[in-house]
Design a protein around this ligand. Structure first.
Ligand code: BES
Ligand code: ZN
Length: 849
C-alpha cells in the first residue's frame, strides 16, 4: 500500500528556524553518476527560535558520513532529511553525500543537460544537493570549490582561485540556499562590461554552448539596459564585480535569478534575427530584466517563507513590466499585460485552482508559481502605486530597501513601509493579498440638473475555501467625455472602499459618456451593459488608449458571440469601423494590430459560460473563422495597401517600431491570404531574411490549408536548431483542423526529434494541443486522452512540468456533461497511477475539486 496522503503546509504554522548558518563551505567532485558533495556548515542557535530541534532537509541523496565539531555522528536519516543531537552553542557540521546528476530528469537540484552540469534550487532543490536547512529565512555566506575536468566552472559571487581541474568561488552576500547555483561545462562566453553609477566596473558574461555564441548580443544589450534602468528608476546598483548568465537547453522554467549567476532556458536568452521572432526578442528583453531586477527584489531582500512568494515575484513582474513599458511603449505594453492577466490569471481565478495572492496553505510549493502570484501580484503593486502616487511610491520603496536590506521578510513588512512612509492605513487594502477571486464591478449612472452621479457596486463570487468576501479597496480611474468627444473630465482616480459607493460630479452641461477603469486601474471584471453606440463612441473618441482598445474588443466580442449564438453575420458598420482603424495612420501599427485581434476562443468560451450558456468549442471555432473571412472582405479595407505600407526596409532590427510594422503587416498578410490564394504569403516565405517574417508567412499559409511544401522546407532548413524546431512542432498543431489535432499531435510524438525529456519540446507539442481550444475539446475526447497519457508518462521523469501542464483541464466545469465526463475520466485515470508524483496529484485533485 502506498501513502497518497500529502502533507499540507500552513502559513499560520510558521516558526523561526532553530539554528542559523554563519557560513557554508561546499566541495563538489563532479561526476555524472557519482557526484560527491562535502559540506562544512557553521551553525549557531537562533536566539528567536521556538524549538531546539536540529533538522536538515535532504532528498534523493546518499549520506556517506557526518561529523559534529570533528566527531563522527550517526544521524537519524529519513526520505526528507536528517536529525541528530547537537550542542547548545555554535558548532561545525560536516558531511559528505553522493548523487547522480546524469539520471536526474526532474531538473531540480544538480542535473545534466547535454554534457553540462547545472543546478536549479528554487524553491526546494538545494536539499537534493546536500543536507541543509533549505528554507529562505536561513541566509548564509557560501564558499564553493568545484572539481571537474570541464573547462568552465562557475558558481555565485566572485572567483577566488582556480587551477587545472578546479575553481573556487566566494559570494560575500548572505543568501538563502534557493539562490545557490553551480555550472560546469564546455562553454563559450559573450563578454562585455558595465560601469555602475558609483564607478564599479562589472564584468558581464553570457555563457553558451559553442554553436550558440552568435545568439548572445541582444541579451547582453538587454542586460546593460536593465542595469542602467534599475539605477535610474529605483536607485539600485549592482553589488558584485561579476555578473554571469548561462543558457541551458533543459530547464523547467524560463529563467532563474541565482546570485551573480542567472541560469536561463535557452529559449529566454538566445536570439538572432534568423532564428527568433519579434515576440521572442521582446520576451527575452523582459525576462533578462526580470531576473536582473531580482538582485534587489528577491535576493538582497528575500522572502521569509514561500507563502510570501509574491513579495519578490509580484514586485519583480511589476518592475519588469514598467521597464518594458519605458523601453518599448506604455500603451501597447499595458494592453498586452492585461491580455495575459485575463487569459491566465482570470482563467485561474474562475476555476478550481483559484487562490489568494498570498495563499494560506499549500502542498507542493512548485504548484504555486502561478499567474495569481505573479500577475495579480504585480497588479496589486500597481494599485498601491496608483493609490499613493508616484512620489510616495518612490519614497516607500527607498524605505523598503533601507529597512530590509539583508533580511527575509513578509507582506506585512512590505505594507508597513507604505503605511509608515505615507501615513495611510492599508488594513483594508491588504485584503488583496488574502482574498481570492476576481471582484465584479457594476455601475449605475444618474444625471439631473448638472449633477452626474456614478454608483458602483462590488461583489466577489465565492472561490474554493472562501465563501464570503469583504469589500476591497478598488482604484477606479475614470474620465468623462462630452457628446462631441471632448474630454470634460480628464483621468482621475476614484477610491472605492465600500460594497456600494457613489461619486458625484457637479456642474456638467450635459450627461457625459463615462470612460471607466482607464488603463485597467484594478484587476476586476467590469460588468457593464453598454449600448453598441456607446462602445463605438468610445472606440472613436476615448483619450485613454486602453479603454479605446477595450471598447473595440468588447464590440468584437459581442459580434462573435452573436455569430455563435444566433448565427448572425458580422454587421457591415462594425466591419467598416474596424477596417478603418486598421488604416488609421494616427494610430501606431502595433496598436492597430491589437485592435484587429479577436478575443481568444478560450476567452469567448468563458464569456458564454458567464452569461449562462454552455460553450460549444466547435461553434466558437467556426464563428472565429467566419469573422476572419468577413474582416478579410470588409468594405473599403485595402489589406494589400496596408501590407505594402508596413514593409520595413533595410536590415532587420527588433526595435518596437519595426516590430510593430511587421506585426500589422502580418495581420494584413493573414487577411490577404484569404483573398489571393496565399500568393503574398508564399512570396514572403521565399524572400524572408528573418524568423518573424518567415514564420508569419508559414503561419498564414497553414491558416488557409496550404504550406505543406514550406513546412517540409522549414524542417530541412532548421533541423539542427532546437528552438526553431520547437516552433515547427507547435505551429502544425495550432493550425490543425480540430478533427485532426489529436492525430497530428500523436504523429509528432513519433517524430525522431520529439524528446520528452526536454521541457521546451514537450511544451511545444502539448502546450499547443492544450491551447488549440477546438482541437483540445473535440467531442471525440481523443485530445483529452492523449494529453493525459503523456502527462502520466512525463510524470515519471519530470513531475514539475507535468503538474504545470495538467492545468489544461482546469476549465472542465464550463462544458457540457459529455465533455465534463470525458475530462473527469482522464483526471481520475491520472489519479489512479499509484506512483504519481505529489506535484501532479495535488493538481489533479484540486482540479477535480
Ligand atoms: N524565480 C523564478 C524562477 C523559478 C520559478 C524557479 C519557479 C523555480 C520555480 C524567476 O524569477 C521567474 O519568475 N521566472 C519566470 C519568468 C519571469 C519573466 C516572470 C519564468 O521562469 O517563467
Ligand atoms: Zn521571478
Amino acid at each position: 500500500m502506498q501513502d497518497t496522503t500529502q502533507k499540507t503546509i500552513f502559513l499560520s504554522d510558521y516558526t523561526p528556524p532553530a539554528f542559523l548558518v554563519e557560513n557554508v563551505d561546499l566541495i563538489f567532485k563532479l561526476s555524472p553518476n557519482e557526484t560527491r558533495v562535502i559540506s562544512k556548515i557553521r551553525f549557531v542557535p537562533n536566539p528567536d527560535a521556538a524549538s531546539d530541534v536540529f533538522f536538515l532537509h535532504g532528498e534523493h541523496i546518499k549520506l556517506l558520513w557526518c561529523k559534529i565539531d570533528g566527531a563522527p555522528v550517526q544521524p537519524n536519516v529519513t526520505d526528507s532529511g536528517l536529525t541528530c543531537a547537537v550542542p547548545n552553542k555554535p558548532f561545525l557540521f560536516e558531511c559528505e553525500v553522493e548523487h547522480a546528476p546524469q539520471t536526474n530528469t526532474a531538473l531540480e537540484g544538480l542535473y545534466m543537460s547535454n554534457g553540462m552540469y547545472c543546478t536549479q534550487c528554487e524553491a526546494e532543490g538545494f536539499r537534493r544537493i546536500t543536507y541543509y536547512p533549505d528554507r529562505p529565512d536561513v541566509m548564509s555566506v557560501f564558499s564553493v570549490r568545484i572539481e571537474s575536468d570541464l573547462p568552465v566552472l562557475l558558481s555565485n559571487g566572485n572567483q577566488t582561485a582556480q587551477g587545472a581541474g578546479w575553481a573556487e568561488w566566494h559570494d560575500p552576500w548572505p543568501k538563502p540556499a534557493y539562490l545557490f547555483a553551480l555550472v560546469a561545462g564546455d562553454l563559450r562566453n559573450h563578454a562585455d562590461k558595465f560601469t555602475t553609477k558609483s564607478g564599479r566596473c562589472v564584468d558581464l558574461n553570457i555563457w553558451v554552448r559553442p554553436d550558440d555564441i552568435n545568439k548572445c548580443a541582444f541579451g547582453m544589450g538587454a542586460l546593460k539596459l536593465s542595469m542602467k534602468w534599475d539605477e535610474d528608476v529605483y536607485g539600485r546598483e549592482y553589488d558584485l564585480d561579476l555578473f554571469n548568465i548561462v543558457a541551458v537547453d533543459d530547464f523547467n522554467m524560463g529563467a532563474m535569478e541565482n546570485k551573480g549567476l542567472n541560469i536561463f532556458n535557452t529559449s529566454c536568452v538566445l536570439a538572432s534575427p534568423e532564428t527568433a521572432t519579434d515576440a521572442n526578442f521582446e520576451r527575452i528583453e523582459g525576462i533578462i530584466a526580470h531576473e536582473y531586477f531580482h538582485n534587489w527584489t528577491g535576493n538582497r531582500i528575500t522572502c521569509r517563507d514561500w507563502f510570501q512568494l509574491c513579495l519578490k515575484e509580484g514586485l519583480t513582474v511589476f518592475r519588469d513590466q514598467s521597464f518594458t513599458s519605458n523601453v518599448r511603449g506604455a500603451d501597447v505594453k499595458r494592453i498586452n499585460d492585461v491580455l495575459q492577466l485575463r487569459a491566465r490569471q482570470f482563467r485561474e481565478d474562475q476555476g478550481p485552482l483559484s487562490h489568494p495572492v498570498r495563499p494560506d496553505s499549500f502542498v507542493e510549493i512548485n504548484n504555486f508559481y502561478t499567474a495569481t502570484i505573479y500577475e495579480k501580484g504585480a497588479e496589486v503593486v500597481r494599485m498601491l502605486k496608483t493609490l499613493v502616487g508616484n512620489a510616495a511610491y518612490k519614497k516607500a520603496l527607498d524605505l523598503y530597501f533601507e529597512r530590509h536590506d539583508g533580511q527575509a521578510v513578509t507582506i506585512e513588512d512590505w505594507l508597513a513601509v507604505f503605511q509608515d512612509s505615507t501615513g495611510r492605513d492599508l488594513t483594508q487594502f491588504s485584503r488583496w493579498y488574502s482574498q481570492s477571486g476576481t471582484p465584479r464591478l457594476t455601475m449605475h449612472e444618474d444625471f439631473s440638473e448638472g449633477t452626474y452621479t456614478l454608483t458602483f457596486t462590488q461583489n466577489t463570487p465565492p472561490t474554493p475555501g472562501q465563501d464570503v468576501k469583504q469589500p476591497q479597496v478598488i482604484p477606479i480611474a475614470i474620465g468623462l467625455l462630452a457628446a462631441n468627444g471632448d474630454e470634460v473630465l480628464p483621468t482621475r482616480v476614484l477610491e472605492m472602499t465600500q460594497e456600494k459607493q457613489s461619486f458625484v460630479f457637479e456642474n456638467l452641461a450635459a450627461k457625459p459618456v463615462p470612460s471607466i477603469l482607464r488603463g485597467f486601474s484594478a484587476p476586476v471584471i467590469l460588468e457593464r451593459v453598454t449600448s453598441r453606440d456607446e462602445r463605438l463612441f468610445l472606440l472613436a473618441h476615448d483619450a485613454d488608449s486602453f479603454n479605446k482598445w477595450e471598447a473595440g474588443r468588447n464590440l468584437s466580442r459581442e459580434v462573435i458571440l452573436d455569430m455563435v449564438l444566433n448565427k448572425a453575420a458580422p454587421p457591415a458598420d462594425y466591419l467598416q469601423v474596424i477596417g478603418q482603424l486598421a488604416q488609421d495612420q494616427t494610430l501606431t501599427p502595433d496598436y492597430r494590430a491589437l485592435l484587429l485581434q479577436h478575443p481568444s476562443q478560450d476567452d469567448l468560451a468563458q464569456s458564454l459560460y458567464e452569461s449562462g450558456h454552455t460553450p460549444d468549442p466547435m461553434a466558437i471555432y467556426q464563428a472565429v473563422q467566419d469573422w476572419k473571412q468577413a474582416l478579410a472582405q470588409a468594405p473599403n479595407t485595402n489589406w494589400a495597401a496596408i501590407y505594402q505600407s508596413m514593409i520595413v526596409e533595410g536590415p532587420y532590427s527588433p526595435d518596437a517600431a519595426s516590430a510593430g510594422k511587421r506585426d500589422l503587416g502580418n495581420v494584413a498578410l493573414l487577411m490577404l491570404s484569404r483573398l489571393d490564394d496565399a500568393d503574398q504569403a508564399r512570396m514572403q516565405y521565399e524572400t524572408a531574411d528573418n524568423m518573424t517574417q518567415q514564420f508569419a508567412a508559414l503561419n498564414a499559409l497553414l491558416s488557409v490549408n496550404q504550406g505543406q511544401d514550406q513546412l517540409h522546407a522549414f524542417e530541412r532548413q532548421w533541423a539542427t536548431d532546437r528552438l526553431v524546431m520547437d516552433k515547427w512542432f507547435g505551429i502544425q498543431i495550432l493550425q490543425s483542423a480540430p478533427n485532426r489535432t489529436a492525430a497530428i499531435t500523436r504523429d509528432l510524438t513519433r517524430h525522431p526529434d520529439f524528446d520528452m525529456e526536454n521541457p521546451n519540446r514537450f511544451r511545444a507539442v502539448f502546450g499547443a494541443l492544450a491551447n488549440h481550444q477546438a482541437g483540445f475539446h473535440h467531442p471525440s475526447g481523443e485530445s483529452y486522452a492523449l494529453l493525459a497519457d503523456w502527462l502520466i508518462k512525463l510524470d515519471k521523469i519530470n513531475p514539475q512540468t507535468t503538474a504545470r501542464l495538467s492545468a489544461a483541464f482546469q476549465t472542465w466545469r464550463r462544458y457540457d456533461t459529455a465533455r465534463q465526463n470525458l475530462m473527469q475520466t482522464q483526471l481520475r485515470k491520472i489519479l489512479g497511477i499509484e506512483t504519481l508524483s505529489g506535484d501532479t496529484r495535488e493538481m489533479a485533485e484540486r482540479i477535480l475539486g
